[in-house]
Design a binder for this molecule. Structure first.
Ligand code: SAM
Length: 207
């Protein structure tokens, strides 16, 4: 991890008020793909990790039974909660939690996990641990939208800042997902450095 969790949280606390007005077309395309591929059923519980201001969580709350948003930035979470309250949504909740400690109540069975543009803040070893943690929650599907490298890393491209971000190659992410018991059902390339991976729990894996 190039920055500590506290550094990332402080950075996003500062950015929270203007975050929603700043997304690139590629970010928006990835967010739409994550929402579409998550495709929750009316009884599903969805966990959104690195939920930020709740873009994905709010969209999924229209069709899911319940949505749980987790993030390390109180500033981002405040924005998300305000939007949910303004929209009168009562099937969505936000709170602190991190990839490796999602802070999901022990009696809650999570059906689908989503994450958009957040995991690239972790180094590859921590991404692997995060994916193991997600698999241990037992979801049938994990949809990951993020900065990820389909080709050679190009730090001059606008999708990540080498000083704070640590995107993985698609191959590294695919290996971590399959090691954790998922099977990839779709790979969406939005840009050479932005993609969405759809991972389903491998048949027969009841762990
Ligand atoms: C670029 S924002 C994306 C927010 C949202 N998913 C979206 O699509 O708009 C990244 C978010 O990841 C959160 N984040 C960074 N590291 C995290 C970690 N280890 N665990 C949970 N959230 C983290 C940040 O606080 C920030 O809100």
């Amino acid at each position: 991890m190039k920055r500590s969790i506290e550094d990332h949280a402080a950075r996003f606390d500062k950015a929270a008020a203007t975050y929603d007005s700043e997304g690139s077309p590629e970010y928006r395309a990835a967010a739409d793909l994550v929402t579409d591929h998550a495709a929750p059923e009316p009884n599903d519980v969805v966990l959104d990790l690195g939920t930020g201001t709740g873009a994905i969580a709010l969209a999924l709350s229209e069709t899911a039974g319940e949505v749980i948003g987790r993030d390390i930035s109180e500033g981002m979470l405040d924005q998300a909660s305000e939007k949910a309250t303004d929209a009168g949504l009562d099937n969505i909740s936000f709170g602190t939690g991190r990839f490796r400690e999602p802070n999901v109540p022990a009696d809650t069975a999570v059906d689908i996990v989503v994450s958009n543009f957040a995991m690239h803040h972790l180094d590859d070893a921590a991404k692997g641990e995060a994916i193991e943690t997600i698999a241990a929650l037992g979801p049938r599907r994990f949809v990951l939208g993020d900065v990820m490298l389909f080709g050679e890393a190009d730090p001059s491209e606008p999708f990540y800042s080498p000083e704070v971000d640590d995107p993985a190659t698609v191959g590294t992410l695919a290996d971590a997902l399959t090691s954790a018991g998922f099977a990839l059902s779709a790979v969406e390339r939005v840009h050479d450095q932005v993609g969405v991976l759809v991972a389903e729990r491998a048949v027969g894996d009841d762990s």
